[in-house]
Design a protein around this ligand. Sequence first.
Ligand SMILES: NC(=O)C1=CN([C@@H]2O[C@H](COP(=O)(O)OP(=O)(O)OC[C@H]3O[C@@H](n4cnc5c(N)ncnc54)[C@H](OP(=O)(O)O)[C@@H]3O)[C@@H](O)[C@H]2O)C=CC1
Ligand SMILES: CC(=O)N[C@@H](CCC(=O)OP(=O)(O)O)C(=O)O
Length: 347
Amino acid sequence: MTVTVAVAGASGYAGGELLRLLLTHPDVRIGTLTAGGNAGTPLGQHHPHLTPLADRTLADTTPEALRGHDVVFLALPHGHSAELAGQLGDDTLVVDLGADHRLTDADAWHRWYGGEYAGAWPYGLPELPLPDGSVQRGALRDVRRVAVPGCYPTGGTLAVAPALHTGLIEPDVTVVSVTGSSGAGKALKPHLLGAEVMGSVSAYGVGGAHRHTPEFTQNLSRAAGQRVSVSFTPVLAPMPRGILTTASAPLTAGMDADAVRAIYAKTYAEEPFVHVLPEGSWPTTAATVGSNNVVIQVTVDVDTRRLVVIAAIDNLTKGTAGGAVQCMNLALGLPETAGLPTTGVAP
Ligand SMILES: NC(=O)C1=CN([C@@H]2O[C@H](COP(=O)(O)OP(=O)(O)OC[C@H]3O[C@@H](n4cnc5c(N)ncnc54)[C@H](OP(=O)(O)O)[C@@H]3O)[C@@H](O)[C@H]2O)C=CC1
Ligand SMILES: CC(=O)N[C@@H](CCC(=O)OP(=O)(O)O)C(=O)O
């Protein structure tokens, strides 16, 4: 089977990573590529690494340009997806990389994003463990709309969900995630100028103020089958890609690190992209670059009786574009790993 795929927002970071992956996908033909202000320019001007597509001209982002494809990826700023998707047929698979359809609670949407609530779509985190023993993957087969998770909730959720799901920890979780600057997108932002980012690490959205907090709460409450409280702090680091998450929570009972690791290893044993490391190895963002992997290590802080989990992802791959391609594969019944690297680039 060959599917024809359009990418809206192809000049951006997420769009570029989508195209890098789709170029290696055996079942994909790349169709229309669109942008905003950069419509009319060649793709090669924005993504010099995507040489096979260098001469493609970016079209305006309109429903007319996107229609007629089997799959449309929307890699646009928040707030642009709902109207476009509404003008694409129900037979088209629309995979939204933005936030527009992630939250199931309209009040949470209004509080954290504002504007009209467009409703939730099936949530694109296939590995999310659910209380009935199933995982989210089942909700993504044969669908025609998918909301890809935010980059922080992808790694952070998978880091904590197994412990909540099995009752190992209290429903009161602290998450600190260090990210590379590509998470903010290509648009010029003064705090992301090289002189600001290089040589410094800085927290932002501190005090539960980051808009991914409700997405964490939603995911972890689903995994736990009860309301989970999440304190989330993002930290910006001088690197282009990667997110390293440290999550911790009080243990409900005495447990040693080996026993916790065994539970995690069992939870993710069949997952092609989630890797629980052996004792003594720790996740690094460098080891995930360009791969669709989530790399996890767990331990117990014996003195404070807390579980501590570290998880690394590439924000542009598993954290956005890779997750999106994985969801496309599931929705269309293609092999889940098609077009998705499971090895990183090192050093
Ligand atoms: N970067 C990341 O790590 C992650 C990104 N995401 C989500 O993916 C989406 C894209 O993010 P990212 O690629 O980082 O952002 P970028 O700023 O790098 O790219 C945005 C893209 O959208 C286009 N665009 C901007 N405004 C408009 C408009 N009004 N109409 C049509 N097209 C427009 C831009 O085109 P032009 O070049 O012409 O301006 C560009 O192609 C966002 O919703 C983001 O939240 C999700 C998880 C992680
Ligand atoms: C460094 C940086 O600014 N990161 C972004 C990550 C957001 C993201 O990528 O996810 P969304 O799809 O929800 O926007 C931020 O904190 O807003």
